[in-house]
Design a protein around this ligand. Structure first.
Ligand code: URA
Length: 238
């Protein structure tokens, strides 16, 4: 159904509340197909009509997907009384219901998917889907073959069950690239600790088919391409 009241459409596509949307319409700030309109209850066709708000063309999108290069010192939450959140860092004010897909520790950097698509998030995080998350961990000691073997077996990190087997993609001196399917609290740090090492820097490089864009700098973000969204959907069976 593409028909929607103009004030509702404004709420869906901007950060305006319903009353702010009505006010903006009354104030003549909205043009529909090049004409200023002042009827909040006007039905518009969200696919066919051109809606301009203060010179900006509004497009209705049910779901949006952003890749954030999470910097240090922000928390993977939507609200926090003390710390800056990843939603503050993203600073996409036109979208109201964004949340991070899973959590990275405050001092972990790297790939974080931020969206308003709850179903995709749920599937990506479901332990049944076995979505691999790849991390580059810099440790305080060199990585040995023995440590890798233990990590690939699954290790006791003090939980009821051992961790699921990890995949070790590479290791060199004190740096290891490790993929895991679970998302337990501090999992990579606790896994390395369990094999006699300590993580000093942690960066997420990928989640399933989605790879951190190397042209982004910490704190920067971009939208996912249609291809990236398609691949994630395929990965989780949508
Ligand atoms: N494992 C950790 O220990 N920390 C993270 O932020 C992510 C995975």
């Amino acid at each position: 159904m593409f028909i929607m009241r103009l004030d509702k459409f404004l709420c869906e596509t901007t950060a305006l509340s319903r009353s702010e949307a009505k006010k903006a319409i009354k104030n003549g700030e909205i043009k529909v197909n090049d004409y200023v309109v002042n009827k909040a209850e006007l039905n518009i066709n969200e696919k066919a009509d051109s809606i301009i708000f203060n010179g900006r063309s509004l497009r209705y999108e049910q779901y949006v997907y952003f890749m954030l290069y999470k910097p240090k010192d922000c928390v993977s939450a939507t609200n926090d009384n003390v710390s800056k959140t990843v939603i503050d860092v993203l600073n996409e004010k036109d979208y109201k219901d964004l949340f991070p897909v899973g959590r990275l520790d405050k001092d972990t950097t790297g790939l974080l998917l931020i969206t308003n698509d709850g179903d995709l998030s749920h599937r990506l995080l479901s332990p049944k889907k076995l979505v691999y998350k790849t991390y580059r961990a810099t440790c305080d000691k060199d990585i040995t073959k023995k440590m890798c073997d233990m990590l690939e077996e699954g290790v006791d990190i003090g939980d009821e069950t051992n961790t699921a087997p990890a995949r070790i993609l590479s290791f060199d001196k004190n740096v290891i690239e490790i993929s895991i399917t679970e998302g337990r609290f501090h999992e990579v740090k606790r896994m390395l600790h369990a094999v006699g090492n300590e993580v000093v820097e942690l960066e997420r490089l990928s989640m399933g088919t989605l790879e951190l864009d190397k042209s982004l700098k910490p704190g920067e973000h971009r939208r996912l391409s249609d291809e990236e969204v398609k691949k994630l959907n395929e990965l989780v069976g949508r």
